[in-house]
Design a protein around this ligand. Structure first.
Ligand code: AMP
Length: 310
């Protein structure tokens, strides 16, 4: 951990990365780290990397934009990203990389790797880093708000299994800065009536095969419902908490990549290794994958059922 502060001190230019197809924790940890450095090291040029086409952007991207300078030594901090392929942005320009992550390790690409697979979110790890250096660093409301969104996003409001006493200690630190969690929950969870129609569509069309439940949203369905592919995946937990379903999935057509994106969730049986078999990975109970076409779906369901049956 001491190495971490040493590296921040060493570089003037720091680029902060997260994964492609960003979720709340990807943005939360990225912006949380941005503010933590900006608020405590006044002279740094800090650049936020990654595409800005996600609908989650508006909840986070209210900061001073910086362009990076090509001929300056650069420290990259990559957050919430298990492997190089999923880094959003050109990380090859960095002289050194610090990886901070909570996914199952597949690639130690950093020169410093701060990994805690048991952490409920990457944002939580950033708060733990702050705890280590509490005497030297301040934590602003901006940083705390981004990190809180990341924490509730990945733990599903402190519901998931890896929520533990460390998670609540970190949440307490964030709340102590004076952020309004009521405002944050409104921002995250208030929905439009349109979302009820998507839920209705899913409930009318989902499939179940021996404990494995899933819905498919083809491109024409996404267009008909007026949502993006990414938004279509975000409804995966519409099928959660059903006694008969051990595993549930959202399958959404990706016209750009000419494949189907799969979000897999499980109540108790680890499914990350199954995701690895379909160009994916993630966490034991929450992983992402992709199918080249729907012809591969039977195979995916067959393997998941095999896992369920031990
Ligand atoms: P998703 O279903 O896309 O929400 O992904 C669930 C979790 O798995 C998230 O933490 C993602 O960051 C992670 N994940 C998704 N796809 C991959 C992948 N191809 N490799 C590694 N982790 C992934």
């Amino acid at each position: 951990m001491n190495e971490f502060l040493k590296k921040i001190n060493e570089y003037h230019q720091i680029v902060i990365y997260r994964h492609i197809r960003p979720d709340l924790d990807a943005f939360g940890s990225q912006l949380g780290m941005y503010y933590l450095i900006k608020d405590n090291f006044k002279d740094k040029r800090i650049v936020i990397a990654g595409k800005r086409d996600s609908q989650l952007c508006s909840m986070f991207l209210d900061f001073d934009e910086n362009e990076y300078c090509n001929d300056e030594k650069t420290l990259g901090i990559v957050l919430d990203t298990a492997n190089r392929d999923r880094i959003d942005g050109d990380y090859l320009m960095c002289d050194e990389i610090i990886k901070i992550d909570h996914h199952i390790i597949v690639d130690h690409y950093g020169s410093i790797n701060i990994i805690d697979e048991s952490a409920s979110s990457c944002s939580q790890i950033i708060v733990e880093i702050y705890h280590q250096f509490k005497d030297q660093l301040t934590l602003s409301k901006e940083a705390a708000s981004a990190l809180y969104k990341g924490m509730v996003g990945d733990s599903n409001r402190f519901l998931y299994r890896n929520t533990d006493e460390k998670t609540f200690r970190c949440a307490a630190t964030l709340v102590e800065t004076g952020i309004s969690i009521e405002d944050i929950y409104q921002e995250l969870y208030l929905k439009d009536e349109k979302e009820l129609l998507v839920t209705q569509f899913i409930l009318n069309h989902y499939h179940v095969n021996n404990g494995v439940a899933y819905y498919i949203l083809k491109d024409e369905d996404l267009k008909g419902l007026g949502i993006s592919r990414e938004e279509g995946s975000n409804y995966v937990n519409t099928l959660s908490n059903v006694r008969e379903f051990q595993v549930w999935m959202a399958i959404t057509e990706n016209k750009v990549e000419n494949n189907y994106r799969v979000s897999i969730r499980s109540r108790s049986i680890p499914i990350d290794k199954v995701a690895n078999m379909f160009h994916g990975g993630g966490h034991a109970l929450a992983s992402g994958a992709s199918l080249d076409d729907l012809g591969q779906l039977d195979e995916l369901v067959r393997i998941l059922k095999e896992k369920l049956n031990g």
